[in-house]
Structure formats: structure tokens, C-alpha cells
Design a protein around this ligand. Structure first.
Ligand SMILES: [Fe+2]
Ligand SMILES: [Fe+2]
Length: 314
């Protein structure tokens, strides 16, 4: 995570490249914080060659920034083509999106992040439209990881699945996905020690953590974000029962998209491994939300979530 950031390069993950065919751009690897040329455009990624790396084979490569458009076209062509299976497409989309989202989360340019996130989410919505099994594969790939950017993407995938089952329009799906990617953007203003703390938060830390919806709203208010996006940020810790924060809104007052995030955000937290708790299984997490956290989430949405997680796999 703490690699030196070199503006001349963008990171791509190994799994967002198709090893079965020539790679159409030059690739670099990071050695001692320097990008070293690794593969000439038109070359193949050879497993044996990758294995020769001293410590372990790299999971990420770098491209020259001028090849960014070529990389995007490459991903798009594979997602729309017939060479890859739905599973392989899901992997490529997830992996290529993760590096982009990681980059967006570190960038101070929120307007650009909002624009680019729309492109990312559109790719997910398109894949869901063209490959009926894609959602099940995407859900299967969730990393249950606590980094903000992987968490945001995982929540995004669940939100898209849930919103689709609930009958959202294409345009609403895109806004929903963007809302999910940005729901925790306010955590930028919470100190890193609190975000990454290896254990439960004390009262003072918890109070600061609970301010992230406000911080997020302030950030989005300064940029071209829609009302729905702002609601996703500001209202995703509200509860249908009225005991959420920061405004203690009740059912009808909470934006539907924020309700979806509240549900999928909790689901992701319960199924995520943290050093101080054991992750729950997906079905256990939903049952827990239904019984122990009864009344906090929209009942119809919770029911639909079972459908998203357990009926789409067939
Ligand atoms: Fe949050
Ligand atoms: Fe969250």
C-alpha cells in the first residue's frame, strides 16, 4: 500500500491481463521502488519467467501513463468479446477496477474520481446485462477485505445485485454503484490510526469515526455530486428503526439507495476478516441481521438480499 507513487505509471494487476495471448503494451515491474521494464508490447506473460522473481511473482505490473487508454480499450474489448468465460470476465473487470479505484481514492481530484467511477460502474452494469452469471461470479470474488477501496467495490457489487433485483432502472443502477464506491469517502478525514486500528475503537476514536458521513457530505457538496450520491454518503449509517446516525432518520426519511448501502455495508463488515473478530458466513450474516439486528434494515430489501446471494448461483 505504501509504494512510492510515480505519476508516469499506472498500476495494473496481473489478473486483469489475459495470459493466453500477447500483451499489447509494454509492462514494467516495481523493484526497489523503481519501475523496471519487464515485457515488450506483443510479448507473452510466461508463468516460468514470473516464477523467477526472488521473493514471489509480482501480482501487479505498471504501464506507462500514455498507455492508459490502450489498457482501457483492452479491458473493454475482452469484456464485450467471446474469448473469455463469464468467470474470467468477472475477474478481469474486478481486478482492473480495483487498481483504478485505489488510484481514485488516493487522488485529490474528486470531480475526476466521480467521472471515472461512472465509467467503471457502467462496465459492471454492462457485464451484468450481457452475462447473466456475471453477478454470481462477481459476488464469489468478493475479497472480504477491510481496505476502504476493496470494501467499497465489494459493497458496490452487492448494491448492484440488490438494486437490480429490486427493479432499479439502468440509470439508477449506475448512480447506485457510484454511491457505493463513494459512501465512505469521508473516511479520508478520519485519522489512519483509527481506520486501521487492530482492535475495537475507544469512545473518542469511535466518535471521530462516526463523523465520516458528515465529512463525506462536505466533500461531495464541494463537487458535482447528485443528491442521491450525497444521500448515500450522509445516510448510510441511518437505521430504518431510527437508531442510526448522524440524524436518526426513520424508514421513510432515508433515501432508498442509502438503505441499500446500509444493508450491504453491514453485510460486508460481518463477513470480513478483522484480526479481532471471526468473519461470518454469508447466510449466517444475513440471519444475524434479520434476528439480532431486527428492524434496522428494510425488510423487503433484506429478503431480496437472500435472493441476490443464494439464488443467482444456479
Ligand atoms: Fe461508513
Ligand atoms: Fe462502509
Amino acid at each position: 500500500m505504501s509504494e512510492l507513487h510515480d505519476e508516469r505509471f499506472i498500476k495494473v494487476r496481473l489478473n486483469s491481463l489475459n495470459a493466453k495471448e500477447p500483451i499489447p503494451f509494454d509492462l514494467y515491474v516495481l523493484i526497489n521502488n523503481k519501475q523496471i521494464h519487464y515485457l515488450r508490447a506483443g510479448g507473452m506473460l510466461i508463468q516460468e519467467k514470473l516464477a523467477k522473481f526472488e521473493s514471489k511473482a509480482p501480482d501487479s505490473f505498471y504501464l506507462k501513463i500514455e498507455d492508459r487508454a490502450a489498457f482501457k480499450a483492452y479491458v473493454h474489448q475482452h469484456l464485450m468479446g467471446t474469448d473469455l468465460s463469464p468467470q474470467e470476465k468477472a475477474v478481469m473487470l474486478r481486478e482492473s477496477s480495483l487498481t483504478l479505484i485505489e488510484e481514485l481514492f488516493e487522488s485529490p481530484d474528486i470531480n475526476r474520481a466521480l467521472e471515472e467511477s461512472k465509467v467503471v460502474i457502467n462496465q459492471f452494469v454492462d457485464l451484468m446485462g450481457s452475462e447473466p452469471d456475471a453477478m454470481a461470479h462477481l459476488i464469489g470474488l468478493s475479497s472480504h477485505d477491510f481496505y476502504t477501496y476493496t470494501h467499497s467495490l465489494d459493497v458496490g457489487v452487492y448494491c448492484l445485485g440488490l438494486a437490480k433485483v429490486l427493479g432499479f432502472s439502468q440509470a439508477d443502477l449506475v448512480e447506485m454503484g457510484q454511491g457505493a464506491l463513494f459512501h465512505d469517502i469521508g473516511k479520508r478525514h478520519v485519522s489512519a490510526e483509527i481506520i486501521t486500528k487492530d482492535g475495537p475503537l475507544n469512545d473518542v476514536e469511535w466518535a471521530q469515526m462516526q463523523r465520516h458521513p458528515q465529512y463525506g457530505l462536505v466533500i461531495l457538496n464541494e463537487h458535482n455530486a447528485s443528491d442521491a450520491l450525497k444521500a448515500c454518503c450522509f445516510e448510510h449509517h441511518e437505521s430504518v428503526a431510527g437508531n442510526g446516525y448522524p440524524q436518526q432518520l426513520t424508514a421513510s426519511e432515508i433515501h432508498p439507495m442509502a438503505k441499500i448501502i446500509a444493508l450491504t455495508d453491514t453485510f460486508d463488515a460481518l463477513t470480513t476478516q478483522r484480526s479481532y473478530n471471526k468473519p461470518m458466513k454469508p447466510s449466517g450474516a444475513l440471519d444475524f441481521m434479520k434476528s439480532k439486528l431486527a428492524g434496522r434494515y428494510d425488510a423487503d430489501m433484506l429478503k431480496a438480499m437472500y435472493e441476490v446471494l443464494f439464488h443467482m448461483e444456479k
